[in-house]
Design a protein around this ligand. Structure first.
Ligand code: PRP
Ligand code: URA
Length: 212
């Protein structure tokens, strides 16, 4: 797999350990949902390490001082429905003041191409740093379309965060949106004939919501 400079693989042992539990088909809905949230928080810690700071004056019990706080650009978290919803609380735990948009896409079971059914973003979106989240980057079709939809509405500073990616998906997303920083929990081997990630974790939406 080629190395793209806009792609970060999050090799932290805690992330890898939790992803391994997610993969296990015996892991139930409750634990699965909890782990997706925790991994999103750990990934968010890394993905947000370039948030700008500004010094503000604070009075401690001892004296006044200038001390750094997050400045300027505000954050928008945009999950791709449904499975991306599972990551939102983990990122919100880091930045509780973030606004949350939603993009609804489902993959056609035959063509694997995404179909849009919903889009509602914080307004105005231009000034915000936008974190698009979805646990699975498989063919990359859903992520590419979601980011195209956000750009059409004025979004500029966009990051994409996933838990498991296939090489095809990383390449397609990088080629379509080279300006977007991509954060990947684990890069898996390949896609199977149904465009599922191998070894992957199965259908993320079904496992988070207990459907099927
Ligand atoms: C899954 C997943 C991604 C998409 C990834 O969603 O959550 O959105 O597939 O596949 P791609 O990279 O090939 O586009 P799905 O369409 O199954 O919808 P769901 O979350 O509602 O189950
Ligand atoms: N969507 C999923 O939920 N899992 C995959 O492996 C591929 C797409």
């Amino acid at each position: 797999m080629e190395n793209f400079e806009n792609v970060t693989y999050l090799n932290h042992p805690l992330i890898q350990h939790k992803i391994s539990i997610l993969r296990n088909k015996e892991t139930g809905t409750n634990e699965f949902r909890q782990l997706v949230e925790e991994i999103a928080m750990l990934e968010g810690f890394e993905a947000l390490n370039d948030l700008p700071l500004e010094d503000v004056e604070v009075e401690t019990p001892i004296e006044k001082c200038m001390t750094p706080m997050i400045a300027g650009r505000k954050l928008a978290i945009v999950p791709i429905l449904r499975a991306g919803l599972g990551m939102v609380e983990g990122i919100l735990a880091l930045v509780p003041s973030a606004k949350v948009g939603h993009i609804g896409l489902y993959r056609d079971e035959v063509t694997f191409e995404p179909h849009e059914y919903y889009c509602k973003l914080p307004n105005p979106i231009e000034e915000r740093t936008i974190v698009v989240c979805d646990p699975m980057l498989a063919t990359g079709g859903s992520a590419v379309d979601a980011i195209t939809m956000i750009k059409k509405r004025g979004g500029k500073n966009i990051k994409f965060m996933c838990i498991i990616a296939a090489p095809d998906g990383v390449k397609r997303l990088h080629e379509a949106h080279p300006d977007v920083q991509i954060y990947v929990g684990h890069l898996d081997r390949c896609l199977n004939e149904n465009a599922y990630i191998c070894p992957g974790l199965g259908d993320a939406g079904d496992r988070i919501f207990g459907t099927k």
